[in-house]
Design a protein around this ligand. Sequence first.
Ligand SMILES: Cc1cc2nc3c(=O)[nH]c(=O)nc-3n(C[C@H](O)[C@H](O)[C@H](O)COP(=O)(O)O)c2cc1C
Length: 206
Amino acid sequence: MKVLMLNGSTHANGTTFTALTEIGKILEQEGITYEIFQMGGDAVRDCIGCGQCSEKGCVFSDDKVNEFVAKAKEADGFIFGTPVYYAHPSGRILSFLDRVFYSSGKVFSYKPAAAVAVARRGGTSASLDVLNKYFGISQMPTVGSTYWNMVHGANGQDALKDEEGLQTMRNVAHNMAWMLKCFEAGREKGVQLPETERGARTNFIR
Ligand SMILES: Cc1cc2nc3c(=O)[nH]c(=O)nc-3n(C[C@H](O)[C@H](O)[C@H](O)COP(=O)(O)O)c2cc1C
């Protein structure tokens, strides 16, 4: 089983990376493989709502969105990590995930996920609220921990001093591993995916 993690920072070795690496250590101990997908510093397009998404994904191929979706198809669970910018997730992770989910949301259904927010000081819980919304609309079970998934630090080294933050990362990793193993056991026992009703699309409430 594999967990795909997204580093929504331009800093490949920054605070977000420190948090995701702590999660990775525990996943490995639990026998789960993982990859940290680096968004990097290249430009990321916004969704333009063109409605032209297809089996091939988003129409734009000049950034990493479709590459991430290809990896997501093979993954069993997800962690989306972001630095806090002005008390919200980084603009680039939102542009990225809007296109990932609008073009390919079904790839994520029934796969557990957690969001992680890092900051020097404030805005983590507001940022988590935003990222968690991708999971709720995509039939993704959300993995919890012993605190909200946040690590504090100005940079990757500073974050190593946030012992409770790192403990929270380790616990979300254990919980992710447990959930993945439970789902696998369920599949082996023949538990089917839940029925999904579709069709109703009511734009306003009378
Ligand atoms: C544009 C910008 C806005 C920021 N806004 C906040 C903020 O609202 N609250 C906060 O605590 N830190 C804020 N920070 C600091 C970063 O969240 C913090 O340095 C974090 O550790 C960076 O993570 P990274 O190393 O993974 O990029 C901001 C940084 C930048 C560049």
